[in-house]
Design a binder for this molecule. Structure first.
Ligand SMILES: Nc1ncnc2c1ncn2[C@@H]1O[C@H](COP(=O)(O)OP(=O)(O)OP(=O)(O)O)[C@@H](O)[C@H]1O
Ligand SMILES: O=C(O)C1=C[C@@H](O)[C@@H](O)[C@H](O)C1
Ligand SMILES: [Mg+2]
Length: 171
């Protein structure tokens, strides 16, 4: 099925709340929710975090680019991207037609979010240093691909949701 593509795309670092807020936004908007990490896992037979470790980041990002080209026209709801997806070559151009919101979070709040390292084994051996560098490198890219940025530090998902919905540009 071909659609106009997602009504909302969420980007941000791992643990920023893309899946949590994405599900809530989809429910409020009465549309479907899709998680691009799940698409990658279904397509390649392994969790996205394990694919990064097994294939290396360059190959993983090529595969993300290839799959995103197929997924965007198939989904008209809310799409949560993988944490690194906007940094894959070619992806910022693919996102241009869509409403993209960046869920921003700082290092200290990120480190308090549950399950981060278990889901992202490539953060080892020093998750704090890795995440610090990652946030510095990626923030300009998340900002560039997004129409709006919503702060999530220390905030309830419900509050964040209201800001995300208000920030969605009308297209
Ligand atoms: N605003 C928030 N405050 C506190 N904890 C949060 C908040 N948003 C999400 N979390 C928690 O942080 C963890 C990561 O959230 P979530 O899985 O939604 O992030 P994500 O951006 O989808 O991450 P990933 O890139 O790993 O898929 C979850 O345990 C979730 O319950
Ligand atoms: O931030 C990242 O680089 C990643 C985040 C996850 O969503 C997965 O896409 C994968 O673990 C890579
Ligand atoms: Mg997620």
């Amino acid at each position: 099925m071909t659609t106009n593509g997602p009504v909302l795309v969420l980007v941000g670092p791992p643990g920023s709340g893309k899946s949590t807020i994405g599900r809530m936004a989809a429910e409020r908007l009465g549309v479907g929710f899709r998680d691009f990490d799940d698409d990658m896992a279904a397509e390649h037979g392994k969790e996205a975090g394990d694919l990064v470790v097994d294939l290396g980041r360059e190959r993983f990002q090529q595969l993300e680019h290839e799959l995103l080209i197929r997924v965007l026209p198939q989904h008209d709801g809310v799409l949560a991207l993988g944490g690194g997806t906007p940094t894959a070559p070619g992806v910022p151009d693919l996102l241009k037609p869509y409403s993209v919101v960046f869920l921003d979070v700082d290092l200290d709040h990120l480190l308090k979010r549950e399950g981060l390292v278990a889901l992202h084994p490539w953060l080892l051996p020093n998750p704090r240093a890795h995440l610090k560098q990652m946030l510095a490198d990626r923030r300009p890219i998340y900002t560039q691909v997004a129409d709006a940025t919503v702060e999530t530090n220390g905030r309830d998902p419900q509050d964040i949701l209201e800001d995300v919905l208000a920030a969605m540009p009308v297209r």
